[in-house]
Design a protein around this ligand. Sequence first.
Ligand code: 9Z3
Length: 341
Amino acid sequence: MSAEGGTPAFESSTFSAESFFATQPPPPDLEKSVVSVREFVARQIRERRRVVLITSGGTTVPLELNVVRFLDNFSAGTRGATSAEYFLDAGYAVIFMHRQFSLQPYSRHYSHSTNPFLDLLEIHSESSSSGARSSHITVTPSKEADLVEVLSRYKQVHAKGILHTLTFVTVNDYLWLLRSVSHELSRMGRRSMYYLAAAVSDFFLPRQKMSEHKIQSGKGSLHIEMDQVPKVLRSMVSEWSSGGFVVSFKLETDSALIIPKARAALERYGHQVVIGNELHNRKYQVVFVTPSEAGFSETWLRINPETHPITASLHHVKEIEEDIVAELVRRHDDWLGSSTE
Ligand code: 9Z3
């Protein structure tokens, strides 16, 4: 990187998973997160629930150690947060590992940009006989039924202790957390599922090459050479997850690339399903690509865009995640049924 303050002594440009974890520091609160996941998984094993790890939202790549600027990956976290609700409805416990401040299950229905919660409320002011004024707040009657539905589902999930939330920001946080959480979840073996919907950066700047302070302008254009993020899916399938059902997502903007790239990923990593989606119609159609005796098989899931207006988000509106999760639960059942365990 030709920015002031870089440390050119560090040369590596291709990282294996092993060299990544040997050279990049873990996030400071990793151990605390691991302990919380360990307890959560132990309880779900005792209560005989399956667990799905959902990753959601985009990862950042900071350009400076004292970070002012970073690159980001596209994702609001809608796919992950919506899917989490359907997995919970299907009886799975959920570890929801998401980008800090991205959408979360249940509260997503009241996102500050599409349905701000202050718009749900009304103020009533009264004067008493002594002249003192007092105010109280109620929910706008037309919004109450929806709020009761979402809030009661949220409260039930929390009372049962079946949703565990973890956050990441950078791609470094994400990889460390993914490895540790997968290790903990591996105790559940084939009854666990990994639903990797986060939008993960393919490139990053190793700590050893980062400028300590804010990169200064005034010297013309900025050239940054980034290293490739290790393809951890291979380690996940063969080492970390110990036999869980692994579903990855493949996001493309050129739809012609979706199927060949999904097949290549299955061939390379040996996991169970790749769900392909194209950026602009991802809310209305996805393709399940799986290995089969004939090579690969593809199943398209589609919903009518008219039944999913962009501003509507409550459960009586059709969401493609409902069909994605139903299809995965069915495939997980079949896969467990065919197990020799
Ligand atoms: C996805 O493809 C997700 O469906 C989206 C969801 C990021 C498109 P939103 O929540 O977005 O609706 O805003 N996630 C995976 C993207 C990704 O980085 N995949 C990697 C790749 O394509 C492999 S795991 O190489």
